[in-house]
Design a protein around this ligand. Structure first.
Ligand code: PLP
Length: 364
């Protein structure tokens, strides 16, 4: 049996007819940019997250850098972010000329809330929380720190669509929640797409203007903006998937629970869900010091795995200019050396998952 780490065709096939009908209807509408599907998606996604406003954008990275910029963060400012994130989180900061200040992860692979305050300086403007792997950071503590120190709070929710902290949606704890709808995300489009949610009407308004060359009214430009519109076809397809989000999340939670109760190996540490949170299991990430052997053991049995992520941003070539060295963030680096994402996807069949479980448990 061949098992891929992720597969998006199952997720398409599950709602194939609805997707195809929606795609045809958009194609036939003659309206391809900022039409009814985008407006409907913004309304639907705001309702889903219980945020007051949602602005559709072209990607998750755009949501991050546009949020950072519109919150007034720029050259010389510092933004606190976790070390073990996908590099796009960090680029959302550095595109604006601001400086990322890295914090080590806690046992749930999220920013360690107890290590944030020691990183705050005169130049700190914001904390960017990344709800990595679909898990949830310690939001009470983090929101409290941000309030006490007058810092903006930005959430990178590219992996946490629908994840809850004490019943409240990730993305709604601070100034802006930034979402990606890249195809492999829990709420995936069929190409690039993203959005920002916020309860701040001014930020929503500015983002709406910024994404469209800084113009509110056609050919009258208020500010130098960008072209970062969510396109109509993607919005239409996202409306289809969003209507099934409850089911999609429940399925991932069920698959994760089966892994957690069935995987048993002395060299493999399983992921855990923080108390009072509801993870959406974007990835099921185990940790092992025998990672290369485990990858090979599974590959020999036709099971795909991925490492999220092998190079932490502070040691990436892209960020050489920040002058970090190996050893500067030991927990982040040990995470990069030991994490492994095993197969988990919408439509995963029971026999597929059982095969993965059997092969992992038989690892010697
Ligand atoms: C995918 C991802 C992004 C970037 O989203 P794009 O839509 O690919 O630009 C940002 N942050 C995290 C944590 C991600 O997983």
């Amino acid at each position: 049996m061949k098992i891929m780490q992720n597969r998006m065709d199952y997720g398409f096939e599950k709602y194939q007819q609805e997707f195809e009908e929606k795609a045809l209807s958009v194609l036939r509408s003659g309206r391809y940019v900022l039409g009814d599907e985008v407006s409907a998606f913004e309304k639907n996604f705001a309702a889903y997250t219980k945020a007051e406003h949602c602005v559709g954008l072209a990607s998750g990275l755009d949501a991050l850098w546009i949020a950072v910029r519109l919150l007034g963060i720029g050259p010389g400012d510092e933004v606190i972010v976790q070390g073990n994130t996908y590099i796009a989180s960090v680029m959302g900061i550095t595109i604006n000329g601001a400086v990322p200040v890295f914090v080590e992860p806690d046992m749930y692979c999220q920013i360690d809330a107890d290590r944030i305050e020691e990183k705050i300086t005169q130049r700190t403007k914001a904390v960017m929380v990344v709800h990595l792997y679909g898990h949830v950071a310690d939001m009470d503590k983090i929101a409290h720190i941000c309030r006490q120190h007058g810092l903006k709070l930005i959430e990178d929710c590219a992996q946490s669509h629908g994840a809850l902290y004490k019943g409240k949606m990730t993305g709604t704890f601070g100034d802006a929640g930034c979402f990606s709808f890249y195809p492999s995300k829990n709420l995936g489009a069929f190409g690039d797409a993203g959005a920002l949610v916020t309860n701040d009407p001014r930020l929503a308004e500015e983002a709406r203007i910024f994404r469209n060359y800084g113009s509110e009214k056609r050919y009258y430009n208020k500010v130098v903006g960008a072209n970062s519109r969510l396109d109509e076809l993607q919005a239409g397809l996202l409306n289809v998937r969003l209507a099934h989000m409850e089911e999609i999340t429940q399925e991932r939670r069920r698959l994760a629970q089966i892994y957690s109760s069935s995987l048993h190996h002395k060299d493999i540490t399983l992921p855990q869900e923080r108390r009072d949170t509801h993870s959406v299991w974007h990835q099921y990430v185990v940790r092992t010091h025998r990672r290369n052997q485990l990858i090979k053991h599974l590959a020999d049995r036709d099971i795909g795995t991925l490492i999220h992520y092998p190079v932490p941003p502070h040691l990436s070539d892209a960020y050489k200019y920040l002058n970090y060295r190996p050893g500067d963030l030991p927990l982040t680096e040990s995470s990069a050396d030991t994490v492994l994402s095993i197969p988990l996807y919408t439509g995963m069949k029971q026999a597929e998952q059982q095969y993965v479980i059997d092969c992992i448990n038989a690892f010697t």
